[in-house]
Design a protein around this ligand. Sequence first.
Ligand code: NAD
Length: 284
Amino acid sequence: MKAAEGVDRIYHLAGQVAVTDSITDPLRDFLDNALGTIHVLEAARRAGNDPVVVYGSTNKVYGSLEDVDCEEEPTRYRYCDLPMGIPETHPVDFHSPYGCSKGCGDQYARDYFRIYGLRTVVFRQSCIYGPGQFGLEGQGWMCWLMMASLWGWPIAICGSGKQVRDVLYIDDLLDAYEAGVSNIRRAAGQIFNVGGGPGNTISIWKEYGPMIERLVGHPVNVRFADWRPGDQKVYVSDVRKARQLLEWEPRTSVDEGIRALSDWLATHEATIRQVIPEAGKVLG
Ligand SMILES: NC(=O)c1ccc[n+]([C@@H]2O[C@H](COP(=O)([O-])OP(=O)(O)OC[C@H]3O[C@@H](n4cnc5c(N)ncnc54)[C@H](O)[C@@H]3O)[C@@H](O)[C@H]2O)c1
C-alpha cells in the first residue's frame, strides 16, 4: 500500500471471498477482509494526496433476511412487499464470518469519511458475473455452474434451487465504480446497493438450469444438498439511490450477459483449466 502515495483513487477488492471458506477458517477470513481493509484505509489516510477509496462490499451484510416475507412460486421465491428490492436503509445483520468481516470493512470505510474525511464509497454488490470470471463452488456461482455443466463436473445445488438473486454484469459494475469516482462530491461517505435490480433476477437453478441446458445443448444432472448457513431465499438490490445520486443503472440484460459468459467460457477452456485444473475433482 506504499503505492497509495502516488494515486488519486484506490479500488479495494482484495480479500477472502467465499462464505464457505470463512466458516472453515474464520481467522484467515478476518485477517484478509477486516484487518486487510483497515490497512488499506490507513494507507490511504496517510498517503497525503487524499485518494478516493472505493470498497467492494456485499449484500451479505444484510444477513439471511429472515424477517422479510417471501412467497414461493414454481421456479423461484419472491418478496411479498418489496417490489423494488432491499434499500441501503435496511438494517444490517452480519451473518457468517464472511458477512462479519466484509461488514466490518464496510462500516470502517464509511466511518473513515465521517471521522477523517477520507473520500470513501461503499458498493454493496450483489452477484457479479461475466467474461473473465474464474468461478468456484464457493464464489461466482453463475460462472461455476456454467463451467461445471459444460465440462461435466459434479454439481451440488444447496437448498431448493429457487433462491433468487439480482445479477450484475461486470461491465455494469465497472460503470458504477467510475460513476462513484466521477460524482465523488455526492458519493463520498455513501453506501450504495449495486446489483441487477428487480429487472435482472434469476433463480439459481430452477431458472438458470434450463438456460444453461439450452446453451450447452445437453441435459445437466445435479444433486440437491443442504441449505448454506445464512443463505438468503431472495436477494434483490434496490438500486434507486445509485440511479439518483450517480445516474447509474444496470444496462446488460440477464440473457445478454449469460450468453457473453457462456461464449467466453467455450473459447477459453484451456486457460481456465490451467488456472483451476482440479476444480472438478476437488470441489465435486
Ligand atoms: N463476485 C461477486 O459476486 C462479489 C459479490 C459481492 C462482493 N464481492 C467482493 O468483491 C471483491 C472481489 O471479489 P471477486 O469475486 O473478484 O473474487 P476474486 O477471488 O477473483 O478476487 C479477490 C482477490 O483478492 C486477492 N486476495 C485475497 N486475500 C488477499 C490478501 N490478504 N492480500 C491481497 N490480496 C488478497 C486474491 O488473490 C484475489 O485476486 C471481494 O472483496 C468480494 O468480497 C464480490
